[in-house]
Design a protein around this ligand. Structure first.
Ligand code: URA
Length: 242
C-alpha cells in the first residue's frame, strides 16, 4: 500500500498532513528516509518509523473495554458514550461497539473496526454465549430460577433456556451468573423481572470465548492475536493474520 495511506490509517492525520510529514523527511522505511508519499510499503514486512518511532499499523482494531455504568453504548449520542473511554486510540473514530450494554450496565464490551466479525457476533444465527453477573432483589432459590433454565415466555418473545448459577442468596438481595445466547433489548433484566427478582446491577463478564478477567473498570486493552482468531473461528470466519 502507499506510504501516505498507511500513515493516515495508522492515525498520523489526514492524507495531506501525512504527505507533508513524508516530504519533510520525517519518515523512514527500513532505515532509509523516504520522501515520496506514493512509495509502496508492505505493512506486515516493512519497518516504518516517524521521527524515529515505529508505526504500529493494524488494519483492524480489536479492543475489550470494561464499561462503567453511566456510559451509553453508541458511537454518537447527546449523552456520554463509550467512545470517550477509547479516545486515545489512533483512529478510534473507526471503532464501534459490538452489541449493546445498557447505560446502567457494566463490563465486557468488545470494540472493533472489523465489521464482518461484529455482524456475526451479534447475529442470532451464531448463538454467541454472553455471561452476566447480576445482583437481584430478594432471595433467589433454585426453584425460582428454574423457569429461566427451561426457557421463559416474555412479552414479545420466548427466551431460550439459559444457564443460571446462584452465587449468593440473601434475604435482601442475591447474586447470580447467567449465560444467554440471544441479545434482545433488556433481556437479562426482563428475564429476572419476570420471575419476581428485578435486577439491581448487571455486569457482562464473558462474550463468546472472551473474558473480562481483571481489567479495571473504565479501562481497555487490545486483544491478543489468539483472542481475535478464536473469536473469528467461533463464527466461522477465516483467520485474519498469518
Ligand atoms: N441484558 C440486559 O438487560 N441489559 C444488558 O445491558 C445486557 C443484557
Amino acid at each position: 500500500m502507499r506510504l501516505d495511506k498507511l500513515l493516515a490509517e495508522a492515525g498520523f492525520g489526514t492524507r495531506s498532513r501525512v504527505k507533508r510529514l513524508i516530504r519533510k523527511g520525517h519518515v523512514q522505511v527500513n532505515g532509509e528516509v523516504v520522501k515520496d508519499p506514493a512509495y509502496q510499503v508492505e505493512p506486515e514486512r516493512d519497518e516504518v518509523l516517524v521521527d524515529g518511532e515505529p508505526v504500529f499499523y493494524e488494519k483492524e482494531y480489536y479492543l475489550i473495554l470494561n464499561k462503567p455504568a453511566g456510559y451509553v453504548t453508541s458511537t454518537k449520542d447527546r449523552e456520554l458514550t463509550v467512545m470517550e473511554l477509547v479516545s486515545d486510540v489512533p483512529r478510534f473514530e473507526k471503532l464501534f461497539p459490538v452489541g449493546r450494554l445498557d447505560k446502567d450496565a457494566e463490563g465486557l464490551l468488545l470494540m472493533t473496526t472489523d465489521g464482518a466479525l461484529a455482524h456475526r457476533l451479534t447475529h442470532p444465527k451464531w448463538k454467541v454465549p454472553k455471561t452476566y453477573e447480576v445482583v437481584v432483589e430478594g432471595k433467589l432459590t433454585e426453584e425460582a430460577v428454574e423457569p429461566l433454565r427451561k426457557g421463559i415466555e416474555l412479552k414479545d418473545f420466548k427466551a431460550q433456556p439459559a444457564e443460571v448459577e446462584i452465587l449468593d442468596s440473601g434475604e435482601e438481595e442475591s447474586k447470580a451468573r447467567i449465560t444467554i445466547k440471544e441479545g434482545k433489548y433488556h433481556q437479562v433484566k426482563r428475564m429476572f423481572a419476570s420471575i419476581g427478582h428485578p435486577v439491581k446491577s448487571l455486569k457482562r463478564v464473558k462474550f463468546g470465548s472472551l473474558e473480562l478477567g481483571g481489567l479495571p473498570t473504565g479501562e481497555y486493552r487490545h486483544l491478543t492475536d489468539e483472542e481475535v482468531e478464536r473469536l473469528r473461528e467461533e463464527v466461522k470466519l477465516s483467520p485474519k493474520r498469518s
